[in-house]
Design a protein around this ligand. Structure first.
Ligand code: SP5
Ligand code: ZN
Length: 342
């Protein structure tokens, strides 16, 4: 299987993450891609290619134009305001405040566009997110042109990013951008299967009222896991999108036996939908040693996951999302891909 990768993704190098009331080095760090690419080469997964450049038009098909502008200029505005740390939101348009006004003040704007406080902005974040989207679209292009699978080693990840919000380490929703491009290319039905430990709130929200994208997510139950306020089983879509959103929230300590049962249910739902393309939001933070998650998947079990995905028999684009057990992230990610390649 082909891998798309770029060193440009390392332009996002934030210093801080608000975690447990202290600022720690971010879990979503540039070393993640080094370790994955080393493993791709070590096992001979296939050729590693640089992405093409697709510009901002495919981003504008998903995200709000002012949100994109904000991400491009936020760091400079922060510095121009004389602020010294990294941009972290300190107030939001929470309940009982107005959410229809966008302040001019950078502090106010950050709260407007952020959905969580753990994702500090930093210089180079916009450039990295732009490249991450190029990686996703390059992987998609390869799948569309050859029918062969491809792996987009996206960083930063995308599935928490909504139309006009960043957070959960995500800025542009790579999977949503890719799905929309496939539809614009003439496809009728695309399935996005999100197997990251966290619920893909951004992707769900973007396609919630549509029937041309089936979104399915296996994740830690929102009562107990980030992003807390979305991802419950009763969220099934609305309007035309009714029944085209499927959540599989799973409890603390879920092991592969239970997880793969939910995966099989998701696979059955995908088959019934008869999509022309499968996009896998591939997070490996389901791993037993992940530092911020609570499932119990073992390294060798990711191979079986890849095998099951292959059984669906669809053209498949894998896009990297989370995974923070950095030492094992290469093994776990590439295990899914080698399991798929068979
Ligand atoms: C793409 C992705 O995986 N984003 C995840 C963002 C999660 N950020 C918030 C993590 C908060 C974790 N709190 C865990 C407490 C563990 N003791
Ligand atoms: Zn995650």
């Amino acid at each position: 299987m082909l891998t798309f990768h770029s060193e440009e993704t390392k332009k996002r190098q934030a210093r801080t993450e608000l975690y447990g009331g202290t600022l720690v080095p971010p879990f979503e760090c540039p070393e993640r891609v080094d370790i994955i690419i080393d493993r791709v080469r070590q096992v001979g997964l296939g050729e590693v290619r640089l992405p093409g450049t697709y510009g901002l038009e495919p981003v504008l098909a998903i995200h709000d134009a002012r949100y994109i502008d904000f991400l491009e200029t936020a760091w400079d505005e922060w510095v121009a305001a004389g602020l010294e740390g990294e941009p972290i939101p300190s107030i939001w348009p929470a309940r009982r405040l107005r959410s229809d006004v966008i302040p001019d003040n950078i502090d106010g704007k950050i709260g407007y566009y952020a959905l969580a406080a753990e994702t500090s902005l930093s210089p180079g974040t916009f450039e990295a997110a732009d490249t991450s989207k190029d990686i996703a679209l390059s992987a998609l292009d390869h799948v569309l042109h050859t029918g062969e699978p491809a792996f987009g080693l996206c960083r930063p990840p995308g599935h928490h990013a909504a139309v006009d919000q960043y957070g959960g380490y995500c800025f542009f929703n790579n999977a949503a951008i890719a799905a929309q491009c496939a539809l614009n290319d003439g496809m009728q039905r695309v399935a996005i299967l999100d197997i990251d430990f966290h619920h893909g709130n951004g992707t769900q929200d973007i396609f919630y009222d549509r029937d041309d994208v089936l979104f399915l997510s296996l994740h830690g139950e929102p009562n107990d896991a980030f992003p807390y306020y979305l991802g419950f089983a009763d969220e099934t879509g609305q309007g035309k999108g009714e029944s085209f959103n499927v959540n599989y929230p799973l409890p603390r300590h879920t092991d592969y036996a239970a997880w793969s049962q939910a995966l099989d249910q998701a696979i059955a739902r995908i088959r019934a939908y008869r999509p022309e393309l499968l996009i896998v939001s591939l997070g490996v933070d389901t791993f037993e040693k992940d530092p911020i998650s609570f499932f119990k998947l073992k390294s060798e079990e990711f191979i079986d996951c890849g095998r099951r995905l292959k059984q669906i028999g669809l053209p498949t684009t894998f896009l990297m999302e989370g995974g923070y057990a950095v030492e094992e992230i290469g093994i776990n990610t590439v295990n899914v891909l080698t399991g798929f390649d068979g």
